[in-house]
Write a protein that binds this ligand. Structure first.
Ligand code: CP
Length: 305
């Protein structure tokens, strides 16, 4: 395994997280530095994506590197039965770094075991989405001026939501308080609550997205109920519309509150929130460009200063 890979946020230390945030800050000012000249990055997306793939590819293009890969596995030889192992070994012949999204949990970890080039996990099933976490941390830091001692409310699909799982794990270094707001069918899995207990992280768990929860939050992190993770369509229908944030619900919220969402949204944030200065999800996605430039340069062992 290449030690510069980023498979899970749990694989990197607090110092490495802070280094990535420092790099993101640098790239926000120097987004077009041509420091990837001659480097080739492969983006292999076995699942759909807009932000993650396009921001990784923009990150490489702006830094002067080249992109190969696919956004639709139906155009790759995986449809002829080529295994993930063989696909990774082949692409490793051509690229310096692989960014991969796959529907199977553990696929990115497996990829690191069959190649010597670094792998960046761009989402594996309901498991992890570490590059999203880095842009989330960067967004929290930019809007709050700190990462420590914040009340973060996670709302929606906490069962299958890989972004909330990764964020929860990364926050262990920063003494957060979490509110988990979800229907019982989509509650935070026990393993993550055990993680909180082991790390001394305070949390509450409720199905009620109440004014009290909203008005004491520094960050509200809304999530989409992911139709693609359900095996029973009736269960999806039952839970898909349970939580929608409307602008009026923010009337008595804290001045520093910011609304985050990894996007895409369906109807969990009403469009009447979009013009509220506390809405930050579009800027959050923009921060993904800088966070991913940070991750790519770290993975390729490139010093920026
Ligand atoms: N946040 C996120 O992963 O978005 P995409 O699915 O569009 O990449």
């Amino acid at each position: 395994m290449n030690s510069n890979s980023l498979v899970s946020i749990a694989d990197i230390s607090k110092d490495e997280i802070l280094d990535l945030l420092d790099r993101a800050r640098y790239f926000e000012e120097h987004s077009n530095s041509k420091i990837l000249d001659g480097r080739i990055v492969a983006t292999l997306f076995f699942e759909p994506s807009t932000r993650t793939r396009l921001s990784f590819e923009t990150a490489v293009n702006r830094l002067g590197g080249r992109i190969i890969g696919f956004s639709d596995p139906g155009t790759s030889s995986s449809v002829k039965g080529e295994t993930l192992k063989d696909t990774i070994k082949m692409v490793s012949n051509y690229a310096d770094l692989i960014v991969m999204r796959h529907h199977l949990e553990g696929a990115a970890r497996y990829a690191t075991e069959v190649t010597d080039i670094p792998i960046i996990n761009a989402g594996d099933g309901a498991n992890q989405h570490p590059s999203q976490t880095m842009l989330d941390l960067y967004s929290i830091y930019k809007t709050q001026g700190r990462l420590t001692d914040l009340t973060i409310t996670l709302v929606g699909d906490l069962k299958y939501g890989r972004t909330v799982h990764s964020l929860l794990m990364a926050m262990k270094y920063f003494k957060p308080r979490f509110n988990f707001v979800a229907a019982k069918e989509l509650a935070m899995p026990q393993e993550y609550k055990d993680f909180c207990d082991a790390e001394g992280i305070e949390y509450t768990e409720t199905a009620d997205f109440s004014p009290e929860v909203i008005n004491t939050s520094d960050i509200i992190y809304m999530t989409r109920v992911q139709r693609e993770r359900f095996t029973d369509p009736m269960e999806y229908e039952r839970v898909k519309d349970l939580y929608t944030l409307h602008n009026a619900m923010l009337d008595n919220s804290k001045p520093n509150l910011r609304i985050l969402h990894p996007l895409p949204r369906v109807n969990e944030i009403d469009t009447d929130v979009d013009d509220n200065p506390k809405a930050y999800y579009f800027e959050q996605a923009h921060n993904g460009l800088f966070a991913r430039q940070a991750i790519i340069t770290r993975a390729l062992g490139i010093n920026i200063r």
